[in-house]
Every structure is written in structure tokens, then in C-alpha cells.
Ligand binder design. Sequence first.
Ligand code: XIL
Length: 968
Amino acid sequence: MRTLRALVVAALLCLVPVLPAHAAGLTYDFEDGTAQGWGPRGDGVSVTVTPDAARAGSGGLAVSGRTATWHGASIPGPFVRGVGYTVTAYARLVAGQPASTIAMTVQRTPTGGETTYERVAAATVTDGAWVRLSGSYLFTAESTDVQLYVESSDATSQYYLDDIVLSPLGDPTREPITTDFEDGTAQDWSPRAAAALQVGTTAHGGTHGLTVTGRSASWDGPALNVLGRMGKGDKYALSAWVRLGPDTASGKLGLSIERRTGGTSSYERVVAPKDVPAGEWVRLSGTYTLAHDVDFLSLYLESDTGTFPFHLDDFTMTYVEPKPIQTGIPSLKDEVPFTMGSAFTRPETLGVHGELLAKHFNGVTPGNELKWDATEPREGEFTFTDGDHLVNFATEHGMTVRGHTLAWHSQTPAWVFENATKEVLLQRLERHVRTLVTRYKGRIAAWDVVNEVVDENQPDGLRRSPWYEIAGLDFIRTAFRVAREADPDAKLFINDYNTEFPRKREALYKLVKQLKDEGVPIDGVGHQLHLNIEHPPASAVEATIERFATLGLDQQVTELDVSIYTDFVSSYDTIPPELLVQQGHRYKELFDVFRRQAGRLSSVTVWGKSDDVSWLRSWPIPRLNAPLLFDDDLQAKPAYWGVVDPSKLEPLVRELEAPAAVVKVDGRRDLEWDLLPDAPLARVGDVSAGFQARTSAAGLYVLAEVTDPTVSAGDRVTFTVDGRSRALGRTSPGVRRTATGYRVEALLGSGTDVEVAVDDRGTRTTWTGELTPVPAVKRASAPRRPAPVLDGAVDRLWSGVPEIRTATWMQGDSGATAKVRSLWSGSTLYVLAQVTDPALSEESANPWEQDSVELFVDPGNGKTKGYEDDDGQYRVSFSGRITVGGTFDASGVKDNVRAAAVTVPGGYVVEAAVELPTITLEEGTLLGFDVQVNDATGGTRTSAVTWNDATGRGYLDTSHWGVLRLAG
Ligand code: XIL
């Protein structure tokens, strides 16, 4: 029996690559009067046990006779391979010795390798007090001549050592690390470069914290060696408190990891640098999953820029036990009639992440590993380690792979375009495409051959990337040709975002049609579908799929995700749960479209599977986002149920504003209804609808625009307001036939709880929500006139042009105001603003805090939460300085405005021209429009007033601007 057990244990030991933790703890207190195995290191060094050197008791080690920094005391082989240890010791200098850094270091020689020296702990030591040195240590490679020794930065320093303790950790990858500096030492932290680390009394908790000064670069600061403390595939929660040093007014700090494999460093962000307000402790917390074999692993604090001093305290790192994935729920891939794909990266092949992928997806797209910067970082030097790993994972799990991507303007190394004539560039492209497609021939089913080449804001619809600037359309032609040659069976795609927006859709359509007509071997169109919680409606996605179906090409959804934000700046600390329910319904509507269009879509890929690793956690800004189907713990979200079984979703109560207005109930669409978009009722069968409401003293006016191509007896709309229902069929009063169905108007009793149900032979689509009465949407008229000269002079051209006034206070209740007139000519809108503002200031560095006028123009009057890319915020200061805001980088609008400003007694005049190249201006065109006047007093804004938008969010959200109607 005993032998058998021993055999089993021995067999198990052989399976474990590193030795298990069977090492004993070691304590050296020198109380027995011997050196307990410690001896001199270096010629002339003497190591003796004396009571003088005792920290407690009567024995300690005295080290003298040193003549080199590496001289000192050493002990052979105290560590067992594969066992992690914490190591602590106390040191103090002999009286009269100058302060120096005393360090504990391990010397060892890995089999077949060179001798290495690894620092375990270090601290500044003086003759005044005992100082604790502490650190941790683990080695895994077979090694000989393992020694622990104590050295000093001062070659001749004499010192005492006592109470050296080596304690083996159970499993070092599961032991938490806590550093609070309460013992007055820097504990295990050491500088990355020149930074000085000192323990001081600026503390977050307790009485001590670490002060970091003398940094030589933004990345220089305190670092903690965590090699051996993280297991591959394991997730850790990291948290640190930071505070700016004195005299530092502002700065951003973050937490990063440096890891090395085979001598090559990689850097990863755990917490992207975030604002640390002066005088406050800020917590940096995040999680990290170690996905690689490493021979160096260090975490460190850094700033985004600058070398300002800061404080660190209360750092913790703890292993996060993974929640098992839910195995009792349906697999997504079994629930949809197309390939169900997920983008993934290397860490996601491990542990529960890998399990989740295998359970739910039968297609995958490497998120970064096949991009140019990953595969050919230097000319002709191809690296496929990560790409191969991911493609192999897919093959092992029977998943098809989308190759992403061969030619793109982003994540492409600079050398590709350097000194490139067209010929050279196309040669580089050809080699790159041929190498990648050949390598994965037969294993990658579809390639995104070109990515994001369309720019609908260019006259020819093509993005001005270096590719295009150097090689024109030929880069696209070459990439497709070579890809086809290299693997004739791979399906070749053109991939882009925003294809659900009509202008981009048409620009892409035109390009694809041209390429196809030329015979370019293009098999399909990829729609990225990076959407947000509100916008655009699922019907826009469906319209895009239907549009491209006319070209007879395959289509795929390639990068679906649904951001919970509608703009590029907002961020939640915690996500409101109802938003996740709303997202579930959004996913449902989208998958309804995909299922309906399954004959045209061969696959649908989500850009990631779980929120914890979504790219939208760092783009466009670091923020808490949750765009995917599974949450941070890999558990199914409402979004998942929206795809698999919407009956499990909590019902959605939508919100809709009902402005004050009176309309004629006659089945005609009054201008009033065009001021705002219809709230969509998602398509069921062939039927969909849009809904609006207006409040008035007479009751609630409602509108339903129904798309229903077939007339049948049961066609009807039922409105239920505060429990009272009213059904209207196609022949009821107020109902009128339209090109695609019928329109219903009615005046109902007042109320706010509304359900709209549209019936068509057995199918029903509904909208349930709550109305909020709001003031009328303001509208104004802009006549057509010859173009005025932009000089700020109110010439005769402006006479008789209707005038509006800013009177909606969004900050303060008095201050500068404007009288505003608008007219149009050709494709340009002209605006004249006469501002009353006797005291003018441009003192603030922020343009919105200077005396200025802002014009808001939305050419489509889309009234979207968030800007579309032709929506602009055009700001002109009293001195004529122009600043422009728009979506993200405002690239679609930043060149649209010209303006002149002149000061006049009591104020100033701004005359501006806004180019509107994305629409054709004509009589009846409606523009989303607003004007804001900022009133500055010295360096601050003291009031702000608009024409229509009272929300104060006009710079983020176009939905509360007024409306300008162009007249003839
Ligand atoms: C993203 C990746 O997910 C990120 O990890 C990376 O930092 C940036 O790129 N459109 C694309 C994808 O075509 O390649 C992008 O992927 C997301 C937008």
C-alpha cells in the first residue's frame, strides 16, 4: 500500500513541471552563536556572529572587510526550484558608516545558460536604525550554484544583519500581495530607472506611504517584480492608491505591466492613466490576465506624460477565482442560421475564456494578431507566433476563421509608407498579402482584404489614407488580386464601419460596384456594425443589407458591438441596469434583422464575447463600457437573451418627449411632425412603424407611420393611453394611404403611459413607453439670398430676413444674448449674430469660456443623441477665433466654417458661413439648428443662453436643437 502511494505521488510529481511546495521555512537568527551557514563573499571579507549585531536576543551577523559592492555575506542554495518564497531580513550599518543601499540578491547558473543575478529586496540603510528588507523570489529553470547574498551600493560599508526569514508560499500564484509601507520600508518596490523611492508620512491608510521623486521619464517610477506570482491564464485584481506630489497641479497616473519573453519586452496597460486631482488620493484599479510564458514580469506606475512626483500607498494584487461559465444555457451557434463569430485575442484562448468561446462560437476573428503591425513589424520580417496560436485554436475547435486584415491605414508600421513610390508600395503590399494568405491557405475561410477605405466626406468617397494617396485605387485592386492568387478558395471581403448610415452606405456601394464591374475578385461586403445603444435603428442595418443584396455578393457582419454610450466623452461609474435591459432589446431587434436576412448573411461576428476585454473599454477614451453578450465574469447578459430567447428579457419601457403643439388630424404629415424623427417600432414580418406624440390643451396628438405593403382587413393601430384604448383601421378618419403603407393621426385624451400596437394578419409590433411633455420645438425660416460678404457688416442683404433671439438660459439667467438671422445660398448656410455684450473677454484658455457665439448645424435634422459625422458645433469668438466640435475628432466638419467678427458699441457681430456638403439645399430642407451665446467675465463663463436647447448638452447631443427651414 505504502509503495503504491509513493509511486502515485512520484508519478504526479513527474507530471508537474515545477516542483511542488514541499520546502520548509528557514529562519536565521544567529541566537545559537553560529553563522548558521552564512559565510563571507569576496576576498578579505569577514562574517562573524556578535551581540553587537543582534537586533533582538544576543546574536547577529557582522560583515566587514568589504572592498567591492558585491562583497558581503552569502549562503548557498536556500531555495527550492519551483517554490515561491517571501524573503525578509533586517540590516543596520555599523556606527559611522554613510547611508547606502543594502540588497539581497540571488546568484545562480541555469543549466546551459549564463550566471544570472536577481534582486530580491533592497532598502536604504543607515547606522541609525534597523531597516527591514523584504521581497519575494522564485526560480523555475534547472540551475546550479544557487546562492543568496547580501551586498551594498557602498563598496566598503560595514553592516549588521539579523532575523533573515525565508518562508515558502503555498502556491505563489494564489497568494495576495499587499504593500502598505507601514513598516517604514519601500517593501518590495524598486525604481524602474532613476526614480527615488522614499517612505514618508503622506499616507492613504495608516501612517506611511511611498513618495516617488526624481523620475527620468513618464514610465519611470516604482515597480514591483511579480514574476512567479501570476499564473498563466489567471486573472488578478490590482489596486493602488496614488496622489500627486506637492506643487503638482494636475497629472494622470496609470498602472502598467512589462513582461518579457526571450528577452523581448511587451507593455500592457492595466489601468490607463487617469486624472488625479491635486490633493486627492485616487484609486487605480483593474484586472490583468497573464496570457504568456514570461521570464520577466513587473508591474509599475507611470504617468501619461511628464516626470512629476507622486505618492503611492495601499497596493494590493489578488487572484480572481474565475466563475465557471454557464453550461446549462443554449450555445449561441445552435440558435442562429449563420456562422456565429467572435473576435478574440491570445489571452482569450485560455481558461474560462477559451471555454466560453468553444461553447458559443463556430467562427473567430483574431482581433489584432493578423494585422500588419503584428505580422510584419519590419520589412520582410514576418512573425506569426500569435497568429498561428489563434488559428490553431480555431482549427482544434472546428471554428472557421476570418482573417483581419490585409490592408488598412491603422495598425500599420510607418516603414510601409516610407520612401514609397507607388511601385514600391504595391510591391510591399503584394509580398505581405501573399505571405499571409499563403501561410493560412485552407485554414482562413474569409479575409478582410481591405479595411475602412471609404470616406463619404470626400468627393469621390475614398479615404485619404497613405495607401490611397500613394497608390490610388490600385492598392485595393492589388490586394484582392494577390489574395485570390494565393488562396483561390478564401472568400475575399471589403470591410467597413458605419455602412448602416445612408451616405456611407452609398459611397461603399458605389465603390464595390465599380470594383466588381472591373472584375476585381471581391466576394463579399463586411459590415462592422459598431453601434450604440440608441443609434442607428435596426431598420438602417436592414436597409444596408438589402441595398448590397442587389449586387449579388455575400455579406457578413464582422465587428458587432453595442456601446452603452451615445457620445465620445460620457462615462458611468456603474452601469444602470435598465440600460443593459435596453441593450438586450437592441440585440434582439438586430438579430431579428440578421435572421430575416440570413439568406444574404453568411456570418455574424461580435467584436469580442465578454465586456471585460472589449476594445470599447479603451476606445475612444478609457471608460466602463459593456457592449457585448457576456459580462465581466463571462455570464450571460440580457444582450445574450436578446439573441437567444427574448421572452426572458424584462419588458422595456421606452421614453419619449412629447413637445407642445397643435396639429391638424387629417392623415397628412404636417411640418410639425418633421421637426423630430419618428420613434421606431421594430419590424415584425413585413410590418414596421414610427411613432410620435404632441401635447396640447385639447389632448394628446399621436402619429403612426405604418409600413405595411399588403392591405388587409385586420390592419390597424391601437393606441392605449393611461389604460384607455383607441383602435384605428385603414378606413378610419385621420388615416391615409402612403407609398409604403398608411399613416394614422388622432387626438386622444391626455396621458403619459402609452402603448402603440400595430396589427397585420396575426403579427403585431409594439412600442411601450412613457411620454414627457416638453416645450414646443422652436423653428425658424431662412430665405434664399445671394451670398453676403463675410465682413461682420450688416448689409442690406440681411434686411427682411426673419430674426430669432436667444432666450433659453442654460447657465445663469441674464447676460449676453444675440439676435440671429440666417439665409442660404448654393450649398452654404449664412448666419448673422448681433450680440449684446458690453464687456468682452478671451482670457480663459477654454474657448467655450470666452465671449463667443456657437452655431449648431445638423444637415439631416437627425435629432440623434450623439453627433453624426456631418453634425457640427461651430464657435466664433468676438475676435473671430474659430473652434469646431463634432463627432470624435470632428474630421467631417472642421473645415466647413468661415467667419468674420467685429466689435460694435455694446457688443459684437459675427457673420459666418457654414458649408453643408453632405446634403442638397433646397426650399423645404430642414436643418437641426441652434445658437448659443457664451458670456465671459474675466477667465470664467458667467452665463450661456441658447435659442432652443435647454439641456446644456448641445455639444454632445443634437436631439434638442431647434429646426431651421429653408425657404425659397
Ligand atoms: C481594434 C482592436 O480590437 C483593439 O484591440 C486595437 O487596439 C484597435 O483595433 N475596427 C476594426 C478593428 O476594423 O480592427 C478594430 O479593432 C476596431 C475597429
